[in-house]
Write a protein that binds this ligand. Structure first.
Ligand code: AMP
Ligand code: GLY
Length: 432
C-alpha cells in the first residue's frame, strides 16, 4: 500500500517512522517532510496546504491512504476535497477542524453539549472586551479566536497584562485575521494533561496518555511555544480519571459531532486542566499533538497503518490497540530565540552517533539537507525521544542522547519528565 503523510514536523516524522514498520506499507511519501523523514520516505516538494497539488498527487500515484498531520490543511478543507473524489484520508472535515480552528466555535460547542470548560465570553469589539476584562478583574486568559501556532493564548495575572494581550491580538493584529475575535475566559488552576483519542465518529479508541510542556523555560516559565517536550504515560491521568474524561468529555463530544453532522475520522486531542481531580477542557485540537505524538507513538505496539486506515474507513470498531508497558520522554531541541525570531542554517552534529540506538529515536522537525549535511530550518529542530522502564529512566536516556547532539544556539528544557517522576515518587511514598 502507498501512504502519503502531510506535514514536516516531529509529529510527521513519528507518524512516518511508525507507518514504515507496517508490513502492509510498501511506500511512503511525505509532503513536504524534512531531512529526517527523507531517510525513510520520499519527500515531495508540495506545501502542506496546497490541497489541489496534494489531491493531484494522490490521484496520479494511486495513494491508498493520506494522513494529515497539521491543522492548517484540515481547517482549509483537505478532507472534504479528498472525500468528494472518493479518496481515503485520515482527518476530520473542515467543520470538524473548526473545533481547533476557532476557539469560539469550540467553546460554544462545549457549552451546547455540556462539556466542562472555563467560563468565557467571546468578543469581536476591542472596546467591549476591555470593558469585560476590567469588570472581571485578573487573573484571566485571553485567546485569539483563530489559528496562531499555539502562541495566541495569554494567561494574564493582572488586568494590565490582559489588556495588553487584547491590544496585541485585536489592535496590533500580531496574528492577523486570527485575532478578529477573542475569547476571554476564567483562569483555571491545576495540572495540565493531553488526552488524545482516535475516532471515526462512532467508535472511540483512547491513545496512551501524555503531557506536554508548553512554556519555553524550565519550571513552566516564559512564553508559550508549540511544545518543548512531552512524556507518556501521564501519571496525572489515573484510570479513574480516564473513565471520568471519557464520560464527561469524550461521550458528549461524540454525541455533538454526530448531532452537528460532522464527519470526524481522525484524532481529537483534548488539552485538559485537572482541577481538584476533575477534567476541564482548555482546547480541542483536531490532530495528533506535537510533540506528544512522538513519545505516544514510540509506545504503540499495534500497527499504526491498520489503525489509521480503519479510522478513515469508518470501521474503527474492528481494531484492537495495544501499548508497550514502558514509558517514553521526548526533549525538544529548539533554535535560540524560539518562540520569537531565530536564525536558520546552523549545522547539526552528533546525529550519526544515535542512529543505531535501541531506545532512542531522534525525530526531526525544523531540519533540512544542505550539501549533504543536516542544518536547522525551524524553531523546533529535533525531538529526542527515548524509552525506558519508567519515566525516570526514559528521561535519563533522553538527556544522555541530547548531550551527543550539538548546533549553535541549541536550547532545551532540562526538566522534561520531572513532574511525572515527582508524582510517581509521591504515589510510592503513599503506598509504603
Ligand atoms: P490552549 O491553546 O487553549 O490550550 O492554551 C495554551 C495554554 O494556555 C494551555 O496549555 C494552558 O497552559 C494555558 N491556558 C489556556 N486556557 C487556560 C485557562 N482557562 N486557565 C489557565 N490556563 C489556561
Ligand atoms: N503540543 C501541543 C499541540 O500539539 O497543540
Amino acid at each position: 500500500m502507498k501512504v502519503l503523510v502531510i506535514g514536516s514536523g516531529g509529529r510527521e516524522h513519528a507518524l512516518v517512522w511508525k507507518l514504515s514498520q507496517s508490513p502492509r506499507v510498501d511506500k511512503i511519501f511525505c509532503a513536504p517532510g524534512n531531512a529526517g523523514i527523507s531517510e525513510i520516505a520520499e519527500c515531495l516538494d508540495i506545501k502542506a496546504d496546497d490541497i489541489d497539488a496534494l489531491l493531484d498527487f494522490a490521484r496520479y500515484e494511486w495513494v491508498d491512504l493520506t494522513v494529515v498531520g497539521p491543522e492548517a490543511p484540515l481547517t482549509a478543507g483537505i478532507v472534504d476535497a479528498f472525500v468528494r473524489e472518493g479518496r481515503r484520508i485520515f482527518g476530520p472535515d473542515a467543520l470538524g477542524a473548526r473545533l481547533e480552528g476557532s476557539k469560539i466555535f469550540a467553546k460554544d460547542f462545549m457549552r451546547k453539549y455540556g462539556i466542562p470548560t472555563a467560563e468565557y465570553r467571546a468578543f469581536s469589539s476591542y472596546m467591549h472586551a476591555e470593558e469585560y476584562v476590567r469588570l472581571k478583574g485578573a487573573p484571566l486568559v485571553v485567546k485569539a479566536d483563530g489559528l496562531a501556532a499555539g502562541k495566541g493564548v495569554f494567561v494574564a495575572e493582572t488586568v494590565d497584562e490582559a489588556i495588553s494581550a487584547l491590544r496585541r491580538i485585536m489592535k496590533d493584529r500580531v496574528f492577523g485575521d486570527a485575532g478578529n475575535k477573542v475569547v476571554v475566559e476564567q483562569c483555571l488552576k491545576g495540572e495540565e494533561a493531553s488526552f488524545m483519542i482516535l475516532t471515526d465518529g462512532k467508535t472511540v479508541v483512547p491513545l496512551a496518555t501524555s503531557q506536554d510542556h508548553k512554556a519555553v523555560f524550565d519550571g513552566d516559565r516564559g512564553p508559550n511555544t508549540g511544545g518543548m517536550g512531552a512524556y507518556s504515560p501521564a501519571p496525572v491521568i489515573t484510570e479513574a480519571l480516564e473513565s471520568d474524561i471519557m464520560q464527561r468529555v469524550i461521550k458528549p463530544l461524540i454525541k455533538g459531532l454526530s448531532k452537528e453532522r460532522i464527519n470526524f475520522r481522525g484524532v481529537v486531542y483534548a488539552g485538559l486542566m485537572i482541577c481538584d481531580g476533575r477534567p476541564y477542557v482548555l482546547e480541542f485540537n483536531c490532530r495528533f499533538g506535537d510533540p506528544e505524538a512522538q513519545p505516544v507513538l514510540m509506545r504503540l505496539d499495534s500497527d499504526l497503518f491498520d489503525m489509521l486506515k480503519a479510522t478513515a474507513e469508518g470501521r474503527l470498531r474492528d481494531v484492537r490497540v495495544s501499548w508497550k508497558n514502558d514509558a517514553s520522554v521526548c526533549v525538544v531541541l529548539a533554535s535560540e530565540g524560539y518562540p520569537g525570531p531565530y536564525e536558520k542554517g546552523k549545522v547539526i552534529r552528533g546525529l550519526d552517533a544515535l542512529k543505531d540506538s535501541k531506545d532512542v529515536v531522534v525525530f526531526h522537525a525544523g531540519t533540512s539537507l544542505n550539501n549533504g549535511g543536516i542544518v536547522t530550518s525551524g524553531g523546533r529542530v529535533l525531538g529526542v525521544t527515548a524509552s525506558g522502564r519508567d519515566i525516570a529512566s526514559a528521561k535519563d536516556n533522553a538527556y544522555r542522547a541530547v548531550e551527543k547532539i550539538h548546533f549553535d544556539g541549541m536550547q532545551y528544557r532540562k526538566d522534561i519528565g520531572d513532574k511525572a517522576v515527582r508524582r510517581q515518587q509521591a504515589v510510592t511514598l503513599e503506598r509504603t
